[in-house]
Design a protein around this ligand. Structure first.
Ligand code: GYE
Length: 366
């Protein structure tokens, strides 16, 4: 028997004999057979044996996490692998949470399925991980599982997308200001049109949104529309979900091209959707980009999108920074030392118009 278990056993026996333990407090002898109940009687039942197994196995598990391996056990419930941005964020997390850096890292790709994500979180809680990292697929519906993590005293760090749950249910959040990204896109459009003396032109605008319920979708849509609705000559014709994928962007754009003959601006809420839309636009014999038939605005600003700007297909890309691994690791290190961390941390981000792409691409990290 381990030293920790012996101490725990002695403590519980003492509690029991001094009458401080509740009637349900039952303890096994080191041999694992006899049970001493609160009233001092020795009892052997299958039921009690089960209780013993629960009580004594908890500290054993903790020891396994922290002392035996010496590693901090972190579980990451990732959204999925829908986009280039997502793969860059996964790489950033995996590079930060290595064994050499002192971590045991459990990575779960939840394939854009909230139920699967909640199960992954429940498994992390059952495994008694030291920290949970959650990138929430949608904003709502995590309250109950976060309550369970809180009851188990497992700190939860939310990354990238936001959740609607009360902030007392998680330790902190690190990610992007999606509403600001949406506003930045609209403000870039105002400036660009003004530079070209097109500020007063009637504009037909279409949006391919991300996935339904994701805070990245909600923020980018709200931010863009807040500015757009104040421009009396801008017409927001339509918006449809493209699920942040190339296929989704392609399908929505094909439908838009059938339905709308006069498109001035297309907003794609991520680069993958933009790549799918560009294919559909070209197939339809049309063009997009700085010298094209329509202005194309994208979000994320990954390397492939810089190339598409250089190739003349995208007008501007609003950056969304996926390099969250080192930031989250730093938060966990601080928490482990008992230090305070910021409740909300935004990633640094910029806006990249096509004319800056050739100069900037070589220095990009993703
Ligand atoms: O823009 C998109 C990804 O949540 C910010 O999700 C993220 C978004 C990102 O699939 O490419």
């Amino acid at each position: 028997m381990k030293k920790g278990n012996l101490i725990m056993l002695a403590g519980l026996v003492l509690l029991t004999l001094t009458g401080c333990g509740s009637k349900e407090n039952v303890v096994m002898t080191p041999a694992g057979e006899a049970v001493i109940t609160a009233d001092g009687k020795i009892n052997i039942t299958k039921e009690n044996k089960d209780v013993k197994e629960q009580k004594v196995s908890e500290p054993e598990k903790e020891e396994e996490n922290k002392t035996e391996t010496g590693l901090l056990h972190v579980g990451f419930a990732q959204v999925g692998s829908e986009s280039g941005w997502r793969l860059a964020q996964t790489d950033s997390m995996k590079a930060a949470f290595t064994e050499e850096n002192g971590y045991r890292f459990d990575f779960v790709d939840c394939n854009n399925d909230q139920k699967a994500q909640i199960s992954a979180l429940e498994q992390f809680i059952a495994d008694k991980v030291d920290y949970i990292v959650l990138d929430p697929i949608v904003e709502d519906g995590y309250d109950e599982v976060l309550e369970k993590a809180k009851d188990a005293a497992i700190p939860v760090i939310v990354v990238d997308r936001n959740i609607s749950a009360d902030s007392s249910l998680y330790t902190c959040w690190v990610g992007s200001d999606f509403t600001k990204e949406g506003k930045d896109a609209a403000n870039w459009l105002i400036e660009d049109l003004n530079k070209k003396n097109r500020g007063a032109e009637e504009l037909n605008i279409l949006t391919i949104m991300g996935s339904n319920g994701a805070s990245a979708t909600i923020g980018r849509t709200d931010g863009f529309e807040e500015i757009a609705k104040a421009q009396t000559n801008w017409k927001l014709l339509d918006k449809q979900y493209g699920d942040f994928t190339k296929d989704g962007g392609n399908a929505v754009m094909k439908a838009f091209l059938k339905q709308y003959k006069d498109i001035d601006v297309l907003v794609c809420q991520n680069d993958d959707e933009a790549f799918g839309a560009i294919e559909a636009i070209k197939e339809a014999g049309k063009t997009c980009g700085p010298n094209g038939d329509m202005i194309l605005i994208s979000f994320d600003a990954g390397g492939a999108a810089f190339q598409a700007m250089i190739d003349g297909d995208i007008n501007v890309d609003v950056e969304c920074n996926p390099l969250e691994g080192p930031v989250v690791s730093d938060i966990i290190q601080k928490l482990s030392k008992g230090e305070e961390v910021e409740q909300v941390q935004y990633m640094p981000e910029e806006v990249f118009p096509a004319e800056t792409a050739a100069e900037i691409l070589p220095g990009r990290a993703y």
